[in-house]
Design a protein around this ligand. Structure first.
Ligand code: HEM
Length: 181
């Protein structure tokens, strides 16, 4: 009898802790910036990303911008009434971006998902490191990659500007990073 209680207790503890340890192990790297978090894992020819920010508007990441925002491959997402929307965009100008599909490219976002809880919007998705799309650029996991992070406020519209944006240089394999802007 005593043994049964002992083993049931052990089992209950394992099952309670398992989800915690799995979610903690989910991403290899995390970068915390003001009110915003970027977590990622490079796995074979893909990058798995989770982005979250203290906003009920959109959250976005841009890979490899050239002048201001232009040239960046942007993934932007928002959650409204429990439904998420995540799109593959390209910064076709210094201060804005367009949907790849509207420009003649394609949506390369894999396994999209999103939640909004207590004023925090979180999206996750995977992306091939080299999509082959004209409106994306290959991501080199070994060297440094320039990464823009930004979030919108209030409205979910992707046309809404950002109250916060930043640029980092990150080695996506090691997690080493430096704030640029
Ligand atoms: C339609 C939505 C957007 C609009 C209208 C917009 C507009 C602008 C404008 C006017 C600037 C110049 C002023 C400033 O520095 O704040 C700017 C800069 C910037 N934006 Fe956006 N933006 C949008 C979306 C995004 C997204 C989705 C990201 C990132 C994923 C982003 C990242 C940045 C960054 C990093 C800068 C600073 C660039 C630099 O100074 O080098 N923006 N944006």
């Amino acid at each position: 009898m005593k043994n049964n209680i002992f083993f049931s207790t052990i089992l209950a503890v394992v099952f309670l802790l398992l989800p915690l340890s799995l979610s903690a192990m989910e991403y290899q790297h995390t970068l915390e910036v003001r009110d915003m978090q970027f977590s990622w894992t490079i796995e074979e020819d893909q990058i798995h990303v989770e982005l979250s920010a203290k906003t009920t508007g959109w959250v976005g990441i841009g890979f490899d911008p050239e002048k201001a925002m232009s040239g960046a491959n942007i993934i932007i997402g928002a959650v409204k009434n429990g439904k998420f929307k995540i799109e593959d965009h390209y910064a076709d100008r210094k201060r804005g971006h367009s949907n790849d599909e509207k420009l003649g490219g394609k949506n390369d976002v894999l396994d999209p998902s999103g939640t909004e809880v207590d004023g925090v919007t979180t999206i996750s998705f995977s992306l091939p490191l080299n999509t082959g799309d004209t409106y994306d650029k290959p991501i080199n996991p070994e060297g440094t990659t320039r990464i823009m992070l930004a979030y919108g406020a209030g409205k979910d519209s992707f046309r809404n500007r950002h109250p916060y944006r930043t640029v980092y240089e990150i080695n996506l394999s090691t997690g080493e990073n430096k704030k640029i802007k």
